[in-house]
Design a protein around this ligand. Structure first.
Ligand SMILES: [Zn+2]
Length: 192
């Protein structure tokens, strides 16, 4: 699967929109991405995760772990593709932990996974948790890397789509300046 094919899937599922968007950060952007709209179709999630799994089999992990909620579907589908356990970490009093009886073994080879990595903050927290538990984190993986090279990990970081989505402060927004496209808030009913 090429990045071009993946972008086509995102566009078809309206998970990647073009226009003029007000992001939750207050910044304006010509694009908006919502990976959940792609992953809501399990057959697409399966296909994307199979493509990502091809890059991950070399790490010989025996479990994949994602942060809830964003990383859960990707973790599950990667687990299916790699035929390894899939678990997730949840925040408890703001700190990620393994609940529901989930555990990792001492020295167990683990891949930390996420749907979209922007800053990598959640994944870093999951890596810290896994290392505290004694596991060996051998790689980090996500469907989309939109960090623009800003998410740095000690481990190899693999994704199947790199996207550097631009965002501007309102007073510097070129789309506002052009004045042709009205500003919309992603998730509002007008979109789609
Ligand atoms: Zn604007």
């Amino acid at each position: 699967m090429t990045e071009k094919e993946i972008i086509q899937i995102f566009k078809k599922e309206k998970a990647l929109l073009e226009g003029h968007f007000l992001l939750s950060s207050g910044l304006h952007s010509p694009n908006y991405m919502q990976c959940a709209l792609v992953l809501q179709k399990p057959w697409i999630a399966e296909k994307l995760c199979k493509a990502l799994a091809k890059k991950l089999s070399q790490y010989k992990a025996s479990v994949v772990v994602g942060p809830a909620l964003g990383g859960m579907i990707v973790s599950y589908e990667l687990g299916r593709a790699l035929k390894v356990r899939s678990i997730f970490a949840e925040r408890q009093d703001q700190i990620f932990s393994l609940r529901r009886g989930f555990s990792v073994k001492k020295g167990e080879r683990v891949i930390a996974v996420e749907d979209v990595i922007t800053t990598g903050k959640s994944v870093h927290e999951v890596i810290d948790l896994l290392e505290r538990e004694g596991a060996k984190v051998v790689a980090v993986a996500s469907i989309v890397d939109r960090s623009g090279g800003q998410a740095i990990f000690q481990q190899d970081f693999l994704s199947i789509l790199s996207m550097n989505i631009k965002a501007y402060r309102p007073q510097e927004c070129p789309i506002c300046k052009a004045g042709k496209i009205a500003l919309t808030k992603p998730g509002s009913r007008k979109i789609g």
